[in-house]
Design a binder for this molecule. Sequence first.
Ligand SMILES: Cc1cc2nc3c(=O)[nH]c(=O)nc-3n(C[C@H](O)[C@H](O)[C@H](O)COP(=O)(O)OP(=O)(O)OC[C@H]3O[C@@H](n4cnc5c(N)ncnc54)[C@H](O)[C@@H]3O)c2cc1C
Length: 491
Amino acid sequence: MADVKKYETDIAIIGSGGAGMAAGIEARDAGASAIAFEKATDLGGAAIISGGGCCMVGTPLQKEMGIEDNPDLAFSEWIKWGGPGADVVWARYYIEHTLHDLYHWAEKQGVKWVDMKPQEGNSVMRWTRPERSGLGLMTNLIKSFRDKGGEIVNNTEITKIKMDGDRAVGFEGVNSETGEKVDVSCKTVVVTTGGFNSNIDMVLEARPEFKEYKVMEGSGRGSTGSGHKLVTEVGGYLTHMENVWFYVYATPDYLDPGQKRGLVCRHIPGYVWVNQQGKRFHNEALSGGNSASPAMLAQTPPHAWAIVDKEMKSTLEIADPYYREGDQIVREKVEELLANSPFIKSANTLEGLAKEIDVDPTTFIGEIERYNKACEQGLDNEPDFGKPLKLSKPFDTAPYYAIQFFPLARKNFGGIKTDIQCRVLNKHFEPIEGLYAAGEACGMAGGHINGRAGLEGTMLGPSIFSGRVAGGWASNKAGFGAGFVGKPNRP
Ligand SMILES: Cc1cc2nc3c(=O)[nH]c(=O)nc-3n(C[C@H](O)[C@H](O)[C@H](O)COP(=O)(O)OP(=O)(O)OC[C@H]3O[C@@H](n4cnc5c(N)ncnc54)[C@H](O)[C@@H]3O)c2cc1C
């Protein structure tokens, strides 16, 4: 029989991403002992590979740029964008707490907020980026948790939550390196296992209409929905699981066995997309999950070819660690992708490219010529879909490339249902004693804080914030601290 390694702690956390580390920091600040268990070798989950952007309101960075913003305005835009599925209580709670309990709190953990970016659905800039993006953010949170005395055990997948009657009292797992079993006893459990978008079976179960098409896995590699399973096994309730946030500017990773994973392609503002009929269908400058995704998903079949010429490809960036060294894109690897992926075609003429991607050459060339003409005429926007042409030029430099884009499941806007203290609820909407959950496992917070669409920065931000809330209340239940209190941003 394999040995069993036993751990005892006040608060036991599953996952070392944004929510897990925030919960751990909160627990240590309340005086509770805390251990986080991580199934991967590397810590940080999707959060550490993320853009790091958090949607925050009333911040010093906004003020520096003369941006007038307040929680009422942000809340109204959040609800308008997310639709009736947005959780108004959690949305309001998060927005009002972003200034003190996310922006300034993260600064106290060593995070430096450096700039902002406009995002669709926001009337003012709120998406705020930390230095070195998700890597900088998570390096600081992990360090802060450890500096405060928190422990992280990696290579350890948790497979079962232990119950004593109706109360969660720990969990069991296994060390993937040694095969040793792990048995954890604690006063309260916090589940922060992330989403399920790297588990295509779960994605298709949530969105069965895509079963006949190619849809790609697109979250962190650990986002396999294991926490959803752990929690439902002990009676937890899942909600809004169909709210999967798709991006459509990604091509399959041909190096991935089964080619299930997708690679996000960025920084080619001059490109156009055509469908399998060879026609453009959208303003490619609007690339968000609430604009481009519905447009591409309405095509038959729901995929597109991104058309790029030699000059345009020089700025192409692939958002995947394989294509980067630190902050730098490795151009040779991008070239390797362009040359070897079966999902990328090239030709020396537009007619040749049409043949390669099996679209009608006359239709396809007609589309490109209309676009080229708009560029040559110096128009501000092309006439068909209104794409701004400031960053565009005519397609005139061979070779031409067509990168095949399929829907990429990126973020989960549904998940484990919790109350405002992050207590996991059962199907009667009553809390399961001792069991807390936060982050993307809970559709970022509470179950469905965003609704069907997010203003961006509304994944990482709420994940970290709800992690804090879960850590605070889990500690309080364990006999430490007053629960999560925080400081709302109100006049
Ligand atoms: C490439 C990319 C870019 C993104 N950029 C942004 C952005 O700029 N802004 C934004 O708002 N959002 C962004 N997101 C989304 C955001 O990163 C996630 O929503 C956020 O990280 C969720 O935090 P989390 O702690 O809940 O989960 P994660 O950060 O994914 O952490 C979960 C951890 O739990 C571990 N785990 C899972 N199951 C188990 C188990 N059974 N036992 C032990 N460990 C387990 C996983 O391995 C993982 O390390 C991005 C996502 C991706 C993939």
